[in-house]
Design a protein around this ligand. Structure first.
Ligand SMILES: [Zn+2]
Length: 72
């Protein structure tokens, strides 16, 4: 299993928005949690190619979010 992702990597993923398996890509994005005013720049996330929503945040990005104050 690949443990580290890079921006531009493409995977097949189940998108909760599209409700089907889609191709998704890893991208660096500024992300913000709905419940929080914090936004974190340049976080590697998994983005749906069809609807452009964030499907998941890979575990390698979690320390970055923790550092920004998002308890998980
Ligand atoms: Zn989608």
């Amino acid at each position: 299993m690949k443990s580290l992702w890079n921006a531009g990597d493409v995977v097949a993923c189940n998108c909760p928005n599209c409700r089907k398996v889609v191709q998704s890509r890893f991208e660096l994005r500024n992300i913000r949690m709905p419940r929080s005013r914090l936004s974190v720049p340049n976080v590697l996330v998994d983005v749906c190619n069809l609807c452009d929503s964030i499907i998941s945040i890979p575990s390698q990005s979690i320390p970055q979010l923790r550092e920004a104050g998002w308890a998980k």
